[in-house]
Design a protein around this ligand. Structure first.
Ligand code: TNX
Length: 548
Protein backbone atom coordinates (compact mmCIF):
# COMPACT_ATOMS: atom_id res chain seq x y z
CA UNK A 1 0.00 0.00 0.00
CA UNK A 2 2.72 2.37 1.09
CA UNK A 3 4.65 1.51 -2.07
CA UNK A 4 1.63 2.11 -4.22
CA UNK A 5 1.09 5.52 -2.64
CA UNK A 6 4.69 6.50 -3.21
CA UNK A 7 4.58 5.34 -6.83
CA UNK A 8 1.36 7.28 -7.38
CA UNK A 9 2.96 10.35 -5.87
CA UNK A 10 6.07 9.98 -8.02
CA UNK A 11 3.88 9.52 -11.09
CA UNK A 12 1.85 12.63 -10.24
CA UNK A 13 5.02 14.71 -9.82
CA UNK A 14 6.38 13.36 -13.09
CA UNK A 15 3.18 14.26 -14.94
CA UNK A 16 3.21 17.83 -13.63
CA UNK A 17 6.87 18.16 -14.49
CA UNK A 18 6.21 17.10 -18.06
CA UNK A 19 3.12 19.26 -18.35
CA UNK A 20 5.07 22.35 -17.30
CA UNK A 21 8.29 21.32 -18.90
CA UNK A 22 6.83 20.67 -22.31
CA UNK A 23 6.07 24.21 -23.22
CA UNK A 24 8.50 26.43 -25.10
CA UNK A 25 9.46 29.72 -23.47
CA UNK A 26 10.67 32.37 -25.90
CA UNK A 27 12.23 34.56 -23.20
CA UNK A 28 15.72 33.32 -23.97
CA UNK A 29 19.22 34.80 -23.70
CA UNK A 30 19.77 37.10 -25.55
CA UNK A 31 16.20 38.32 -25.21
CA UNK A 32 14.49 38.82 -28.59
CA UNK A 33 13.61 42.45 -29.42
CA UNK A 34 9.93 41.53 -29.64
CA UNK A 35 7.83 38.59 -28.56
CA UNK A 36 4.22 39.21 -29.57
CA UNK A 37 1.60 36.65 -28.66
CA UNK A 38 -0.81 35.63 -31.42
CA UNK A 39 -4.33 34.37 -30.87
CA UNK A 40 -4.72 30.67 -31.50
CA UNK A 41 -3.71 27.28 -30.25
CA UNK A 42 -0.15 26.19 -29.55
CA UNK A 43 1.79 24.50 -32.30
CA UNK A 44 2.59 20.93 -31.30
CA UNK A 45 6.14 19.94 -32.11
CA UNK A 46 6.47 16.17 -32.50
CA UNK A 47 8.66 13.74 -34.40
CA UNK A 48 6.20 13.98 -37.28
CA UNK A 49 7.34 17.54 -38.00
CA UNK A 50 9.80 18.05 -40.80
CA UNK A 51 12.40 20.77 -41.08
CA UNK A 52 11.91 22.33 -44.51
CA UNK A 53 14.64 24.26 -46.25
CA UNK A 54 14.79 25.85 -49.71
CA UNK A 55 15.89 23.20 -52.20
CA UNK A 56 19.36 23.78 -53.59
CA UNK A 57 20.55 26.12 -50.84
CA UNK A 58 23.56 24.45 -49.19
CA UNK A 59 23.71 26.86 -46.26
CA UNK A 60 20.04 26.41 -45.48
CA UNK A 61 20.41 22.65 -45.83
CA UNK A 62 23.14 22.77 -43.19
CA UNK A 63 21.02 25.06 -41.03
CA UNK A 64 18.20 22.53 -41.21
CA UNK A 65 20.50 19.67 -40.26
CA UNK A 66 21.78 21.65 -37.29
CA UNK A 67 18.29 22.50 -36.08
CA UNK A 68 17.37 18.85 -36.31
CA UNK A 69 20.50 17.90 -34.36
CA UNK A 70 19.82 20.50 -31.65
CA UNK A 71 16.22 19.35 -31.21
CA UNK A 72 17.37 15.77 -30.92
CA UNK A 73 20.04 16.62 -28.35
CA UNK A 74 17.58 18.64 -26.31
CA UNK A 75 14.47 16.49 -26.48
CA UNK A 76 15.36 13.12 -28.01
CA UNK A 77 12.92 13.79 -30.87
CA UNK A 78 14.31 13.16 -34.32
CA UNK A 79 13.04 15.56 -36.98
CA UNK A 80 13.82 14.78 -40.61
CA UNK A 81 14.90 17.54 -42.95
CA UNK A 82 13.42 18.08 -46.40
CA UNK A 83 14.23 20.32 -49.36
CA UNK A 84 11.09 22.15 -50.48
CA UNK A 85 9.96 24.33 -53.33
CA UNK A 86 6.32 24.64 -52.36
CA UNK A 87 4.96 26.87 -49.61
CA UNK A 88 2.02 24.55 -48.97
CA UNK A 89 4.50 22.02 -47.54
CA UNK A 90 4.83 24.36 -44.57
CA UNK A 91 1.69 23.11 -42.82
CA UNK A 92 2.53 21.06 -39.76
CA UNK A 93 6.26 21.67 -40.10
CA UNK A 94 9.14 23.98 -39.28
CA UNK A 95 10.25 25.93 -42.34
CA UNK A 96 13.49 27.81 -42.80
CA UNK A 97 13.00 30.75 -45.12
CA UNK A 98 15.14 33.42 -46.77
CA UNK A 99 13.06 36.58 -46.69
CA UNK A 100 14.57 39.86 -47.96
CA UNK A 101 11.97 41.78 -45.95
CA UNK A 102 13.54 40.81 -42.61
CA UNK A 103 15.16 43.95 -41.30
CA UNK A 104 18.92 43.42 -40.74
CA UNK A 105 21.57 41.15 -42.23
CA UNK A 106 21.75 38.94 -39.16
CA UNK A 107 18.21 39.52 -37.93
CA UNK A 108 15.67 36.76 -37.57
CA UNK A 109 11.94 36.47 -37.40
CA UNK A 110 10.08 33.46 -36.00
CA UNK A 111 6.39 32.99 -36.62
CA UNK A 112 4.60 30.29 -34.66
CA UNK A 113 0.98 29.60 -35.55
CA UNK A 114 -1.16 26.52 -34.93
CA UNK A 115 -0.24 25.51 -38.48
CA UNK A 116 3.51 25.64 -38.28
CA UNK A 117 6.74 27.40 -37.47
CA UNK A 118 8.59 29.70 -39.84
CA UNK A 119 12.12 30.85 -39.11
CA UNK A 120 13.04 33.64 -41.51
CA UNK A 121 16.13 35.70 -42.12
CA UNK A 122 17.36 38.01 -44.81
CA UNK A 123 20.43 35.75 -44.88
CA UNK A 124 21.20 32.18 -43.90
CA UNK A 125 23.11 33.67 -40.94
CA UNK A 126 19.96 35.40 -39.71
CA UNK A 127 18.07 32.11 -40.01
CA UNK A 128 20.85 30.43 -37.99
CA UNK A 129 20.47 32.93 -35.14
CA UNK A 130 16.72 32.30 -35.25
CA UNK A 131 17.44 28.58 -34.99
CA UNK A 132 19.51 29.28 -31.88
CA UNK A 133 16.64 31.28 -30.37
CA UNK A 134 14.14 28.51 -31.05
CA UNK A 135 16.52 25.90 -29.69
CA UNK A 136 16.99 27.86 -26.48
CA UNK A 137 13.25 28.21 -26.00
CA UNK A 138 12.79 24.44 -25.82
CA UNK A 139 12.82 22.69 -22.43
CA UNK A 140 15.71 20.29 -21.93
CA UNK A 141 14.64 16.67 -21.38
CA UNK A 142 13.20 13.72 -23.23
CA UNK A 143 9.81 14.53 -24.72
CA UNK A 144 7.30 13.13 -27.19
CA UNK A 145 5.78 16.53 -27.89
CA UNK A 146 6.42 20.17 -27.06
CA UNK A 147 3.85 22.95 -27.21
CA UNK A 148 4.97 26.14 -28.88
CA UNK A 149 2.66 29.06 -28.02
CA UNK A 150 1.51 31.01 -31.08
CA UNK A 151 3.71 34.09 -31.33
CA UNK A 152 5.83 36.30 -33.53
CA UNK A 153 9.44 36.94 -32.49
CA UNK A 154 11.85 39.36 -34.10
CA UNK A 155 15.39 40.29 -33.23
CA UNK A 156 18.13 42.28 -34.87
CA UNK A 157 21.52 42.34 -33.12
CA UNK A 158 22.59 45.77 -31.87
CA UNK A 159 26.21 45.25 -32.92
CA UNK A 160 27.72 43.60 -35.98
CA UNK A 161 30.89 42.57 -34.13
CA UNK A 162 30.01 40.12 -31.37
CA UNK A 163 33.25 38.55 -30.35
CA UNK A 164 35.06 36.18 -28.06
CA UNK A 165 38.81 35.82 -27.90
CA UNK A 166 40.83 32.72 -27.08
CA UNK A 167 44.54 32.66 -26.29
CA UNK A 168 45.99 29.35 -27.50
CA UNK A 169 49.60 30.41 -27.01
CA UNK A 170 50.01 30.59 -23.24
CA UNK A 171 48.24 27.27 -23.10
CA UNK A 172 47.49 25.14 -26.11
CA UNK A 173 44.01 23.77 -26.68
CA UNK A 174 43.07 20.89 -28.94
CA UNK A 175 41.06 21.18 -32.14
CA UNK A 176 38.12 19.56 -30.31
CA UNK A 177 38.30 22.18 -27.56
CA UNK A 178 38.38 25.06 -30.03
CA UNK A 179 35.39 23.57 -31.87
CA UNK A 180 33.46 23.30 -28.61
CA UNK A 181 34.32 26.93 -27.90
CA UNK A 182 32.78 27.77 -31.27
CA UNK A 183 29.68 25.72 -30.36
CA UNK A 184 29.37 27.73 -27.15
CA UNK A 185 29.72 30.97 -29.11
CA UNK A 186 27.01 29.87 -31.57
CA UNK A 187 24.61 29.15 -28.72
CA UNK A 188 25.17 32.73 -27.52
CA UNK A 189 24.64 34.32 -30.94
CA UNK A 190 28.25 35.44 -31.36
CA UNK A 191 29.95 35.82 -34.72
CA UNK A 192 33.69 36.63 -34.33
CA UNK A 193 36.43 34.49 -32.80
CA UNK A 194 39.62 36.44 -32.18
CA UNK A 195 42.18 33.64 -32.12
CA UNK A 196 45.44 34.56 -30.40
CA UNK A 197 47.88 32.19 -32.09
CA UNK A 198 51.36 33.48 -31.34
CA UNK A 199 53.11 34.89 -28.30
CA UNK A 200 56.25 34.72 -26.19
CA UNK A 201 55.19 31.40 -24.69
CA UNK A 202 54.51 29.55 -27.93
CA UNK A 203 53.97 29.85 -31.69
CA UNK A 204 50.93 27.76 -32.59
CA UNK A 205 50.41 27.91 -36.34
CA UNK A 206 52.30 25.89 -38.91
CA UNK A 207 54.01 28.14 -41.47
CA UNK A 208 55.42 26.11 -44.36
CA UNK A 209 58.09 28.61 -45.32
CA UNK A 210 59.44 28.79 -41.76
CA UNK A 211 58.98 25.29 -40.27
CA UNK A 212 60.99 26.09 -37.15
CA UNK A 213 58.26 28.50 -35.99
CA UNK A 214 56.04 25.61 -34.95
CA UNK A 215 58.72 22.95 -34.44
CA UNK A 216 60.93 25.09 -32.20
CA UNK A 217 58.77 28.11 -31.36
CA UNK A 218 55.86 25.88 -30.40
CA UNK A 219 57.60 24.36 -27.38
CA UNK A 220 58.84 25.66 -24.03
CA UNK A 221 60.96 23.79 -21.53
CA UNK A 222 58.80 24.50 -18.52
CA UNK A 223 56.21 26.82 -17.05
CA UNK A 224 56.30 28.97 -13.95
CA UNK A 225 53.87 27.94 -11.23
CA UNK A 226 51.30 30.55 -10.26
CA UNK A 227 51.89 34.24 -10.85
CA UNK A 228 55.54 34.18 -11.95
CA UNK A 229 56.77 32.30 -8.90
CA UNK A 230 60.43 31.25 -8.80
CA UNK A 231 59.23 27.66 -9.24
CA UNK A 232 59.24 26.31 -12.79
CA UNK A 233 57.67 22.90 -13.37
CA UNK A 234 60.40 21.91 -15.85
CA UNK A 235 57.87 20.09 -18.00
CA UNK A 236 58.25 20.52 -21.74
CA UNK A 237 55.01 22.01 -22.99
CA UNK A 238 53.63 22.94 -26.37
CA UNK A 239 51.88 22.08 -29.58
CA UNK A 240 50.63 23.74 -32.72
CA UNK A 241 47.89 23.54 -35.30
CA UNK A 242 48.77 22.17 -38.72
CA UNK A 243 47.44 24.15 -41.67
CA UNK A 244 44.99 21.34 -42.34
CA UNK A 245 43.66 21.60 -38.78
CA UNK A 246 43.33 25.35 -39.09
CA UNK A 247 41.34 24.98 -42.32
CA UNK A 248 39.10 22.47 -40.60
CA UNK A 249 38.46 24.88 -37.71
CA UNK A 250 37.85 27.83 -40.06
CA UNK A 251 35.27 25.76 -41.92
CA UNK A 252 33.64 24.62 -38.69
CA UNK A 253 33.35 28.25 -37.61
CA UNK A 254 31.98 29.38 -40.99
CA UNK A 255 29.29 26.69 -40.78
CA UNK A 256 28.18 28.50 -37.60
CA UNK A 257 28.46 31.97 -39.21
CA UNK A 258 31.53 32.78 -37.13
CA UNK A 259 34.46 34.54 -38.76
CA UNK A 260 37.85 33.79 -37.25
CA UNK A 261 40.23 36.72 -36.88
CA UNK A 262 43.73 35.32 -36.40
CA UNK A 263 46.17 37.34 -34.33
CA UNK A 264 49.86 37.33 -35.14
CA UNK A 265 51.14 39.65 -32.43
CA UNK A 266 53.97 41.96 -33.58
CA UNK A 267 56.50 43.48 -33.07
CA UNK A 268 56.29 42.47 -29.37
CA UNK A 269 55.11 39.16 -27.91
CA UNK A 270 57.36 37.43 -30.48
CA UNK A 271 59.75 35.28 -28.43
CA UNK A 272 58.29 32.15 -29.97
CA UNK A 273 59.50 33.33 -33.38
CA UNK A 274 62.79 34.70 -32.04
CA UNK A 275 63.63 31.36 -30.43
CA UNK A 276 63.13 29.72 -33.81
CA UNK A 277 64.88 32.39 -35.91
CA UNK A 278 67.15 34.48 -33.64
CA UNK A 279 68.26 36.70 -36.53
CA UNK A 280 64.83 38.36 -36.33
CA UNK A 281 65.80 40.06 -33.05
CA UNK A 282 68.02 43.07 -32.39
CA UNK A 283 70.66 41.20 -30.38
CA UNK A 284 70.59 37.96 -32.38
CA UNK A 285 69.87 35.92 -29.27
CA UNK A 286 70.03 33.18 -28.25
CA UNK A 287 66.39 33.30 -27.21
CA UNK A 288 64.15 30.79 -25.51
CA UNK A 289 60.41 30.28 -25.69
CA UNK A 290 59.29 31.85 -22.43
CA UNK A 291 58.19 29.88 -19.37
CA UNK A 292 57.11 33.05 -17.57
CA UNK A 293 54.28 35.56 -17.96
CA UNK A 294 54.48 39.27 -18.62
CA UNK A 295 56.21 41.47 -21.13
CA UNK A 296 59.70 40.78 -22.47
CA UNK A 297 62.07 43.39 -23.88
CA UNK A 298 63.02 41.13 -26.79
CA UNK A 299 60.92 42.03 -29.80
CA UNK A 300 61.31 41.96 -33.59
CA UNK A 301 64.17 44.05 -35.02
CA UNK A 302 62.54 46.30 -37.57
CA UNK A 303 65.87 47.75 -38.67
CA UNK A 304 66.39 44.66 -40.83
CA UNK A 305 64.62 44.35 -44.18
CA UNK A 306 64.67 40.61 -43.59
CA UNK A 307 62.26 41.01 -40.65
CA UNK A 308 59.75 42.79 -42.84
CA UNK A 309 60.05 40.10 -45.48
CA UNK A 310 59.58 37.44 -42.80
CA UNK A 311 56.39 39.07 -41.53
CA UNK A 312 54.99 39.41 -45.05
CA UNK A 313 55.80 35.77 -45.82
CA UNK A 314 54.04 34.65 -42.66
CA UNK A 315 51.02 36.83 -43.43
CA UNK A 316 50.87 35.40 -46.97
CA UNK A 317 50.22 31.98 -45.47
CA UNK A 318 47.92 33.36 -42.78
CA UNK A 319 45.80 35.05 -45.48
CA UNK A 320 45.58 31.74 -47.32
CA UNK A 321 44.25 30.08 -44.17
CA UNK A 322 41.85 32.77 -42.98
CA UNK A 323 39.51 34.19 -45.64
CA UNK A 324 37.99 36.91 -43.39
CA UNK A 325 38.66 40.59 -44.03
CA UNK A 326 40.48 41.25 -40.77
CA UNK A 327 43.93 40.16 -39.61
CA UNK A 328 44.87 41.14 -36.06
CA UNK A 329 48.47 42.29 -35.89
CA UNK A 330 48.68 42.86 -32.14
CA UNK A 331 50.90 45.85 -31.46
CA UNK A 332 50.48 45.75 -27.68
CA UNK A 333 53.06 45.81 -24.93
CA UNK A 334 56.02 46.36 -27.16
CA UNK A 335 58.94 47.80 -25.15
CA UNK A 336 61.36 49.79 -27.27
CA UNK A 337 64.52 49.45 -25.21
CA UNK A 338 66.17 47.10 -27.71
CA UNK A 339 65.37 49.50 -30.55
CA UNK A 340 66.95 52.35 -28.60
CA UNK A 341 70.23 50.43 -28.52
CA UNK A 342 70.07 48.71 -31.89
CA UNK A 343 72.24 50.32 -34.59
CA UNK A 344 70.00 49.00 -37.36
CA UNK A 345 66.79 50.32 -35.79
CA UNK A 346 68.44 53.67 -35.15
CA UNK A 347 69.70 53.74 -38.73
CA UNK A 348 66.14 53.08 -39.92
CA UNK A 349 64.91 56.00 -37.82
CA UNK A 350 67.51 58.26 -39.44
CA UNK A 351 66.85 56.97 -42.95
CA UNK A 352 63.14 57.61 -42.57
CA UNK A 353 63.75 61.01 -41.03
CA UNK A 354 61.62 60.08 -38.01
CA UNK A 355 61.68 62.66 -35.21
CA UNK A 356 60.01 62.37 -31.83
CA UNK A 357 56.82 64.44 -31.58
CA UNK A 358 55.76 65.56 -28.12
CA UNK A 359 54.98 62.47 -26.07
CA UNK A 360 55.63 60.18 -29.03
CA UNK A 361 59.24 58.97 -29.09
CA UNK A 362 61.04 58.24 -32.34
CA UNK A 363 60.83 54.54 -31.45
CA UNK A 364 57.04 54.76 -30.96
CA UNK A 365 56.81 56.32 -34.40
CA UNK A 366 59.08 53.57 -35.73
CA UNK A 367 56.44 51.08 -34.54
CA UNK A 368 53.91 53.22 -36.40
CA UNK A 369 56.01 53.01 -39.57
CA UNK A 370 56.36 49.24 -39.20
CA UNK A 371 52.62 48.84 -38.62
CA UNK A 372 51.87 50.97 -41.67
CA UNK A 373 54.12 48.77 -43.83
CA UNK A 374 52.14 45.76 -42.73
CA UNK A 375 48.83 47.56 -43.04
CA UNK A 376 49.66 48.58 -46.63
CA UNK A 377 50.80 45.08 -47.48
CA UNK A 378 47.57 43.57 -46.19
CA UNK A 379 45.48 46.31 -47.84
CA UNK A 380 47.10 45.44 -51.18
CA UNK A 381 45.68 41.95 -50.63
CA UNK A 382 42.22 43.27 -49.76
CA UNK A 383 42.60 42.85 -46.01
CA UNK A 384 42.33 45.20 -43.06
CA UNK A 385 44.19 45.26 -39.77
CA UNK A 386 42.98 45.29 -36.21
CA UNK A 387 45.44 46.18 -33.48
CA UNK A 388 45.50 46.81 -29.75
CA UNK A 389 44.96 50.37 -28.55
CA UNK A 390 48.72 51.00 -28.18
CA UNK A 391 48.57 51.71 -31.91
CA UNK A 392 46.87 55.01 -31.12
CA UNK A 393 50.21 56.17 -29.72
CA UNK A 394 52.06 55.38 -32.97
CA UNK A 395 50.22 57.55 -35.50
CA UNK A 396 48.69 54.73 -37.50
CA UNK A 397 46.24 55.39 -40.29
CA UNK A 398 42.56 55.72 -39.21
CA UNK A 399 41.68 52.80 -41.48
CA UNK A 400 43.17 50.54 -38.78
CA UNK A 401 40.55 49.14 -36.41
CA UNK A 402 41.43 49.55 -32.75
CA UNK A 403 40.78 47.10 -29.96
CA UNK A 404 40.31 49.07 -26.77
CA UNK A 405 41.67 47.00 -23.89
CA UNK A 406 43.30 49.41 -21.42
CA UNK A 407 39.87 50.60 -20.40
CA UNK A 408 37.10 52.06 -22.52
CA UNK A 409 38.70 55.50 -22.96
CA UNK A 410 41.16 54.55 -25.73
CA UNK A 411 38.18 53.24 -27.69
CA UNK A 412 36.32 56.51 -27.41
CA UNK A 413 39.50 58.40 -28.31
CA UNK A 414 40.06 56.14 -31.34
CA UNK A 415 36.47 56.61 -32.53
CA UNK A 416 36.89 60.39 -32.31
CA UNK A 417 39.98 60.08 -34.53
CA UNK A 418 37.92 58.13 -37.05
CA UNK A 419 39.06 54.58 -36.23
CA UNK A 420 36.59 51.74 -36.07
CA UNK A 421 36.73 50.28 -32.60
CA UNK A 422 36.00 47.00 -30.85
CA UNK A 423 35.43 47.42 -27.13
CA UNK A 424 37.21 44.88 -25.00
CA UNK A 425 38.21 46.77 -21.83
CA UNK A 426 39.94 44.85 -19.00
CA UNK A 427 37.05 45.89 -16.78
CA UNK A 428 34.72 44.09 -17.26
CA UNK A 429 35.55 42.14 -20.41
CA UNK A 430 38.71 40.29 -19.37
CA UNK A 431 37.38 36.84 -18.67
CA UNK A 432 40.78 35.73 -17.40
CA UNK A 433 39.94 37.84 -14.33
CA UNK A 434 38.09 36.39 -11.34
CA UNK A 435 34.32 36.45 -11.41
CA UNK A 436 33.99 37.06 -7.68
CA UNK A 437 35.77 39.07 -5.02
CA UNK A 438 36.12 36.03 -2.75
CA UNK A 439 38.65 34.02 -4.66
CA UNK A 440 39.63 31.32 -2.18
CA UNK A 441 37.67 28.51 -3.82
CA UNK A 442 38.24 29.72 -7.35
CA UNK A 443 40.68 28.32 -9.88
CA UNK A 444 43.72 30.61 -10.09
CA UNK A 445 43.01 33.57 -12.34
CA UNK A 446 44.90 36.64 -13.49
CA UNK A 447 43.50 38.83 -10.70
CA UNK A 448 40.83 41.53 -10.77
CA UNK A 449 37.11 40.92 -10.39
CA UNK A 450 34.70 40.98 -13.31
CA UNK A 451 31.39 39.74 -11.96
CA UNK A 452 28.46 38.57 -14.06
CA UNK A 453 26.59 41.75 -13.14
CA UNK A 454 29.47 44.02 -14.14
CA UNK A 455 29.63 42.31 -17.52
CA UNK A 456 25.86 42.63 -17.91
CA UNK A 457 25.91 46.33 -17.18
CA UNK A 458 28.72 47.16 -19.57
CA UNK A 459 27.82 49.81 -22.16
CA UNK A 460 30.14 49.81 -25.21
CA UNK A 461 29.19 53.27 -26.48
CA UNK A 462 30.44 56.08 -24.23
CA UNK A 463 27.67 58.47 -23.28
CA UNK A 464 29.57 61.54 -24.45
CA UNK A 465 30.66 60.08 -27.79
CA UNK A 466 29.39 62.48 -30.48
CA UNK A 467 26.51 61.18 -32.57
CA UNK A 468 28.55 61.22 -35.78
CA UNK A 469 31.23 58.96 -34.21
CA UNK A 470 28.99 56.33 -32.67
CA UNK A 471 28.92 54.13 -35.76
CA UNK A 472 32.66 53.54 -35.23
CA UNK A 473 31.92 51.30 -32.24
CA UNK A 474 31.60 48.01 -34.08
CA UNK A 475 30.83 45.98 -31.01
CA UNK A 476 32.24 44.24 -27.97
CA UNK A 477 34.35 41.20 -27.22
CA UNK A 478 35.54 39.39 -24.11
CA UNK A 479 39.11 38.13 -23.94
CA UNK A 480 40.26 34.87 -22.48
CA UNK A 481 43.98 35.04 -21.89
CA UNK A 482 45.22 31.70 -20.68
CA UNK A 483 48.33 32.19 -18.55
CA UNK A 484 46.44 30.46 -15.73
CA UNK A 485 43.93 28.51 -17.80
CA UNK A 486 45.36 25.07 -18.40
CA UNK A 487 42.51 22.80 -19.49
CA UNK A 488 39.16 22.86 -21.27
CA UNK A 489 36.92 22.75 -18.17
CA UNK A 490 38.73 25.85 -16.94
CA UNK A 491 38.29 27.56 -20.31
CA UNK A 492 34.56 26.96 -20.01
CA UNK A 493 34.44 27.94 -16.34
CA UNK A 494 36.02 31.32 -17.06
CA UNK A 495 33.57 32.18 -19.84
CA UNK A 496 30.34 30.66 -18.50
CA UNK A 497 28.02 32.19 -17.58
CA UNK A 498 29.69 35.54 -18.30
CA UNK A 499 29.27 34.97 -22.03
CA UNK A 500 25.51 35.01 -21.52
CA UNK A 501 25.72 38.50 -20.00
CA UNK A 502 27.96 39.64 -22.84
CA UNK A 503 25.50 38.23 -25.39
CA UNK A 504 22.83 40.64 -24.12
CA UNK A 505 25.31 43.54 -24.32
CA UNK A 506 25.98 42.57 -27.93
CA UNK A 507 22.40 41.88 -29.02
CA UNK A 508 19.86 43.99 -27.22
CA UNK A 509 19.19 47.70 -26.83
CA UNK A 510 20.39 49.20 -23.53
CA UNK A 511 16.88 50.18 -22.45
CA UNK A 512 15.71 46.57 -22.79
CA UNK A 513 18.33 45.29 -20.35
CA UNK A 514 17.27 44.14 -16.87
CA UNK A 515 19.74 42.17 -14.77
CA UNK A 516 17.22 40.45 -12.48
CA UNK A 517 15.11 39.38 -15.42
CA UNK A 518 18.25 38.17 -17.22
CA UNK A 519 19.10 35.99 -14.24
CA UNK A 520 15.76 34.21 -14.32
CA UNK A 521 16.18 33.55 -18.02
CA UNK A 522 19.76 32.43 -17.47
CA UNK A 523 18.70 29.36 -15.47
CA UNK A 524 17.16 27.86 -18.59
CA UNK A 525 20.26 28.60 -20.64
CA UNK A 526 22.27 26.86 -17.96
CA UNK A 527 20.10 23.76 -18.45
CA UNK A 528 21.68 23.64 -21.90
CA UNK A 529 25.20 24.03 -20.43
CA UNK A 530 24.40 21.05 -18.22
CA UNK A 531 23.06 19.03 -21.13
CA UNK A 532 26.40 19.35 -22.91
CA UNK A 533 28.40 18.85 -19.70
CA UNK A 534 30.02 22.26 -20.03
CA UNK A 535 31.71 23.55 -16.89
CA UNK A 536 30.33 26.87 -15.63
CA UNK A 537 30.40 28.95 -12.47
CA UNK A 538 27.17 27.89 -10.77
CA UNK A 539 27.63 30.31 -7.87
CA UNK A 540 27.18 33.27 -10.21
CA UNK A 541 23.55 32.24 -10.63
CA UNK A 542 22.69 32.48 -6.98
CA UNK A 543 25.04 34.82 -5.19
CA UNK A 544 25.25 38.56 -5.44
CA UNK A 545 28.80 39.75 -5.18
CA UNK A 546 29.30 42.64 -2.84
CA UNK A 547 31.73 44.06 -5.37
CA UNK A 548 29.42 44.57 -8.31
C1 TNX B 1 47.64 42.03 -21.32
S1 TNX B 1 45.58 42.56 -23.52
C2 TNX B 1 47.98 41.46 -22.52
C3 TNX B 1 48.11 39.99 -22.62
C4 TNX B 1 47.97 39.33 -21.29
C5 TNX B 1 46.81 39.96 -20.54
C6 TNX B 1 46.48 39.33 -19.23
C7 TNX B 1 46.89 42.66 -24.24
C8 TNX B 1 46.80 43.33 -25.50
N1 TNX B 1 48.03 42.17 -23.70
O1 TNX B 1 49.34 39.67 -23.23
O2 TNX B 1 47.74 37.97 -21.48
O3 TNX B 1 47.11 41.32 -20.31
O4 TNX B 1 45.25 39.78 -18.74
Amino acid sequence: MRHLLISLLVAAVAVTATAQGNKADYRVVPLPDRIDGIKGADFRLTEQCLVNYPAGDRNMERNAAMLSQYVEEMTGMHLSTRPTVNTKDRTGNISLIIDPKVNGDEAYSILVTPKGVEISGKTAAGVFFGIQALRKSLPVGTAQAINLPAAQLVSNPRFGYRGMHLDCSRHFFSVATVKRYLDIMALHGMNRLHWHLTDDQGWRVEIKKYPRLAEVGGWRNGTTLGHNSPVNDGIRYGGYYTQEEIRDIVRYAADRYITIIPEIDMPGHMLGALAAYPELGCTGGPYEVWGKWGVTDDILCVGKDHTLQFVKDVLDEVMQLFPGEYIHIGGDESPRVRWQECPLCQQRIRDLGIKSEGKKSAEALLQGWFTTQIQDYLAAHGRRIIGWDELLGCDVDPSATIMSWRGAEPGAEGAKLGHDVVMTPVGPLYFDYYQTSSTWNEPTAFGGCNTLEKVYNFEPVAEDLPADKRHHILGAQANLWTEYVTCEPQVQYQVLPRMAALAEVQWIQPEAKDYQDFKTRLTRLVDIYKLYHWTYRAKSLVEEDEEK
